[in-house]
Design a binder for this molecule. Structure first.
Ligand code: NAD
Length: 257
């Protein structure tokens, strides 16, 4: 057994949702690089060969599975399969997400609302419920939910996204309180603008103006910078941290002018 203050996740088993792209892929790689066994899941199983560098030496430590977080049965089967493959589950990273901006008067609003909540709020709930029996058997159970600064503040025309991400903050706090005495920590990260496929359709000129105007660092974050925070939270030495909402946004929320 590791020392409770260990700063290593060597040998821990982690499941990452939305691991085919962006923050999820960077997280799978970072956890593998740090000695974890990773169940990498996405709607269509991630191509782990794309985890450049990390896959060849660590291939035996990575299992890729199809897992749509909105499909309860598939979630339960994939989590059970992954846990059986690696002999347990210590870490759940609820990262899967979709773009969900839509004006409230639009005919498409209700559909986008439903899919946003299904993927980014019901999805993490589905994954947590399926993972719980395995997390209970871990001596270092960690759940990290990926919300957004949009869960704390709001942009016009993004109600479905903001509502789902704010709901995920509520779910984080609620699960942290409910499972604290069992030693399962549940925390949430609120990233600011991160360079991933989700944000790649923003025109360069518009992106530059936005980053200069709103962030303290005048730049977007890289997916690896969120993966590093996820790793920190998953360390055994982060045991006293639960129910926390961690903003990683290049100073966007801090900046008033
Ligand atoms: P991304 O589009 O690169 O990756 C999202 C992944 O989630 C994709 O691989 C996609 O297939 C997967 N996914 C979508 N629906 C799914 C489902 N039903 N089941 C399983 N997987 C599903 O985006 P990203 O920027 O890496 O986003 C990751 C998370 O970070 C999301 O929750 C997003 O809301 C959040 N986030 C991103 C930013 C940003 O600026 N990129 C900012 C704040 C929060």
């Amino acid at each position: 057994m590791q020392h409770p203050n260990a700063r290593s996740i060597e040998g821990r088993v982690a499941l990452v949702t939305g691991a085919a792209s962006g923050i999820g892929a960077a997280t799978a790689v970072r956890l593998l690089e740090n000695g974890a066994k990773v169940i990498a899941t996405d709607v269509t199983r991630p191509d782990v060969a794309a985890y450049a560098g990390a896959t060849s030496p660590f291939a035996d430590n990575c299992l890729a599975l199809d897992m749509d977080v909105t499909r309860k049965l598939q979630v339960a089967e994939a989590i059970a399969l992954g846990a059986a493959h690696f002999g347990g589950l210590d870490i759940l990273v609820n990262n899967a997400g979709i773009k969900a901006a839509c004006a409230i008067e639009s005919d498409r609003f209700d559909d986008i609302w439903d899919s946003s909540l299904a993927v980014m709020l019901t999805g993490p709930k589905n994954c947590f419920r399926a993972a719980l029996p395995f997390l209970r058997r871990s001596d270092c159970a960690r759940v990290v939910n990926i919300s957004s600064i949009e869960g704390l503040e709001a942009s016009k025309g993004a109600a479905p996204y903001s509502a789902a991400k704010a709901g995920l903050i509520g779910l984080t706090r609620s699960l942290a309180v409910e499972f604290g005495t069992e030693g399962i920590t549940v925390n949430c990260i609120c990233p600011g603008p991160i360079e991933t496929p989700m944000t790649s359709d923003v025109a360069d000129e518009h992106r530059r103006k936005y980053l200069d105007r709103y962030t303290a660092l005048h730049r977007a974050g890289q997916p690896e910078e969120i993966a590093d925070m996820i790793l920190n939270i998953c360390l055994p030495s982060s045991a006293f941290m639960t129910g926390s909402i961690v903003v990683v946004d290049g100073g966007l929320i801090a900046r008033s002018t």
